[in-house]
Design a protein around this ligand. Structure first.
Ligand code: COA
Length: 185
């Protein structure tokens, strides 16, 4: 079994210049460009901790708080917040910096759940996480709670779907901005 590893062992920052080919028609950076960079830094961080290749399983709450402009520097700061048996949660904070003014904006944060794979392509155990600060402990517990809450939401959704009857759609959708244009059974 591998030795436990502290959070700092795998902490990773990627900084990239936003070039014109990353922009959409409105001149702002594509959300997909940022997501791709986030996936890259999550992969690097998780794989470093695991000492194995990892795959992305889920991405939690990506909110774009500010648009990113061409010519800005985008930095992605990532660290392992939580480890399970074979899975890890990587927290990512994305910041953009205007090169001329130096102004830094927090553009988004997210949590990527990654799973380490062995040479047989099956999930493999990851080293324990050594928590060296209050911040490490807080992040670990928050990730643990988020995992539990997500499980609860999934169960509630499965339950709601199992009780759903399409005949009730008119009632369910009565305050929504949509129209049913066919005859329901
Ligand atoms: C993710 C994957 C490895 C899970 O395989 P599996 O046979 O279901 O494995 P397990 O049931 O043993 O689960 C492995 C771990 O993944 C976690 N996991 C599985 N599905 C999950 C989900 N939807 N959300 C969060 N965690 C999940 C499990 O909790 C477990 O974590 P733990 O060992 O820390 O307790 C598999 O589904 C896979 O390879 N998916 C494709 C991933 C991929 O290609 N990503 C995009 C490109 S990188």
């Amino acid at each position: 079994m591998q030795e436990p590893r502290p959070v700092r062992y795998s902490q990773t920052t990627i900084t990239e210049l936003m070039i014109p080919s990353y922009a959409n028609f409105g001149g702002k950076i594509h959300g997909g460009t940022l997501l791709s960079l986030m996936d890259k830094v999550a992969y690097a961080t998780a794989s470093k901790h695991a000492g194995a290749y990892c795959v992305t399983v889920t991405v939690d709450r990506v909110e774009f708080l500010h648009p990113v402009e061409v010519g800005e520097l985008v930095s992605l700061h990532a660290s392992v917040n939580y480890v399970g048996r074979t899975s890890l949660v990587v927290g990512i904070r994305v910041e953009s910096q205007n090169i001329k003014t130096g102004k830094v904006l927090h553009t988004n944060s997210s949590f990527f759940t990654m799973v380490a794979k062995g040479d047989d392509d099956k999930p493999t155990q990851v080293p324990e996480l050594v928590l060296e600060s209050k911040e490490d402990v807080k992040r670990f517990i928050e990730a643990m709670w988020l995992k539990e809450i997500r499980g609860g939401i999934r169960d509630k959704m499965d339950d709601a779907k199992s009780h759903f009857e399409v005949e009730n759609a008119h009632e369910i959708l009565k305050d929504q901005r949509c129209k049913i244009v066919f005859k329901l059974p």
